[in-house]
Design a protein around this ligand. Structure first.
Ligand SMILES: [Ca+2]
Ligand SMILES: [Ca+2]
Ligand SMILES: [Ca+2]
Length: 350
């Protein structure tokens, strides 16, 4: 069951609609004319066997995080307690996120669910969706845990968006039942390999260095404006976690803050297309996602070895289209609807 929703612009339908508010998506494709919902093909659940983790040092050219919570003063414990046996609002699970997993210009959809059922990665074919989680790795590695917040971000700035999933059962009582998912579970980070498949690298990226917790919402954003996407995670019976992304690999990146004038001021629904010599990427400003969370509304793009964007195109909800050429990477930009692009600040050298 999914418990969160995102409004987004489905390219071919040409309208805004709500994606995946609850329950499973339709299990068989249907003509778009007859259904406003995305059409999908389901996959059979697979038994999880978690990777044992990598024990050799991993270079920071791959995603690498450090838990910064205590230094940031995050010590407040929420009202939920480990000994609370039945908490209705945490008994189902499910988060959603929209992203273009294969950079084909069409937004794809990931959804998480309760335990013993896999997360789904719905790949957009333009007029319908196909669940490719089984061949892309996330299905087999996400079946067992109770899954909550999820989202995408290019954590190594290679131009391919990666996926994070937060896990954890709803009560410690489940730890006493054989075969049940644990209360505290590892975070999962699926690094995008660029061919609609992923490798799970959370342990080697440092996300599970601290004692495991029962995770819930996830929110992404570049907290320290250094060009690396960081991560905040809400925990049950403990303070939230903030992970600073310390990846160093020389890849270029950029952040765009969009401000609507004729469109809504937060630019919700605006789409940005970034074209570099090697890649074409899209992203949209969304009004929510994950599980009870909202990401930084600035759009972040990893650009790999490309130091200049040949084109940056913006489609505003009002219908206005703008294009900027030869935009330098490694900076934070502000784009006000109908106005010239403005560099707000440079980023540190990649
Ligand atoms: Ca796509
Ligand atoms: Ca990536
Ligand atoms: Ca950062």
């Amino acid at each position: 069951m999914f418990r969160s929703a995102i409004r987004f612009h489905f390219a071919l339908a040409g309208v805004l609609f709500l994606a995946v508010p609850a329950g499973a998506l339709p299990q068989t494709p249907a003509p778009r004319e007859s259904s406003p919902e995305p059409d999908v093909v389901s996959v059979a659940p697979a038994l999880l066997k978690r990777d044992p983790g990598i024990t050799v040092p991993v270079p920071k050219s791959r995603p690498h995080f450090r838990d910064f919570s205590a230094q940031a003063g995050l010590t407040t414990v929420p009202h939920t307690r480990v000994d609370r046996r039945f908490v209705l609002d945490t008994m189902a699970g499910g988060g959603v996120a929209l992203f273009d997993c294969d950079n084909d210009g069409k937004l794809d959809l990931i959804g998480t669910r309760f335990g013993n059922q896999p997360a789904s990665l719905y790949w957009s074919r333009g007029d319908h969706f196909t669940d490719i989680a089984a061949q892309g790795k996330p299905a087999s590695l996400t079946t067992a845990p109770v899954k909550w917040g999820t989202g995408f971000g290019d954590f190594d700035n290679d131009g391919w968006p990666d996926i994070i999933i937060a896990n954890g059962n709803f009560t410690t009582l489940m730890d006493t039942i054989p075969g049940e998912a644990r209360f505290a579970e590892p975070l999962q980070l699926f690094r995008n390999l660029g061919d609609r498949t992923f490798e799970e690298i959370a342990d080697s990226a440092g996300l599970n260095d601290a004692p495991l917790r029962s995770r819930r919402g996830t929110a992404f954003g570049d907290i320290n404006n250094d060009g690396n996407l960081d991560l905040a995670v809400f925990n049950v019976a403990g303070p939230p976690s903030v992970f600073l992304n310390e990846t160093t690999n020389g890849n270029h990146r950029v952040l765009f803050r969009l401000i609507g004038t004729k469109s809504n001021a937060m630019a919700i629904g605006a789409r940005v297309r970034v074209i570099t010599p090697k890649m074409r990427q899209i992203d949209e400003v969304h009004g929510g996602g994950s599980y009870n969370s909202t990401d930084d509304t600035r759009l972040h793009f990893g650009l790999g070895s490309d130091a200049v964007m040949s084109k940056v195109q913006v489609e505003w909800p009002s219908g206005l289209k703008q294009e900027f050429t030869d935009v330098a990477a490694d900076a934070i930009y502000e784009i006000k609807e109908g106005q010239a692009i403005r560099k707000v600040s440079p980023m540190p050298a990649p």
